[in-house]
Design a protein around this ligand. Sequence first.
Ligand code: NI
Length: 135
Amino acid sequence: MRISVFRTAHFNAAHRLHVHNWSDQKNKEIFGLCNNPSYHGHNYELTVKLTGEVDDETGMLIDLNILKQIIDDNICKKFDHKNLNIDLDEFKTLNPTAENICFVIWTILRDKLDSKLEIQVRLYETPRNFVEFPA
Ligand code: NI
C-alpha cells in the first residue's frame, strides 16, 4: 500500500531579502519592505509530507517519533530564533526567500531520510503565503 504521512513543525526566524551583487537601490525597488536593513521576522510553519510503501510487518511508512526527531534535530534547532542571513551558512549568498528556505529544508531532509521515501516540503511564511518543493 502506497501512502503519505505528514508531520508539521514550527520555527521563528528573521531575514532580509537582498541580492548581494545588486545595488542598494535595486534591492529596495525589488524587495521593498522585505529589504529592510534591520531585518524582520516570521513565524514559519512547516509541513513535511513523506510518501512510500507501508512496511508489511510494522504497518507503518515511518515511525512518526523518528520523523519528529529528525525534523527537530536538523531543521528546528538549526532555524529557530536565528537570523537566517547571518547565522546560517546556506544563506550567506543565497537569498532567504520562502522558496529558497523551503528548498534548503528539503535538501537537508533528503540527506537524513531513507531514499525510498518521497519528500515534499510545504513552508508557510504567513498563514496566507506558502511555498512547496518539489512543485
Ligand atoms: Ni519576510
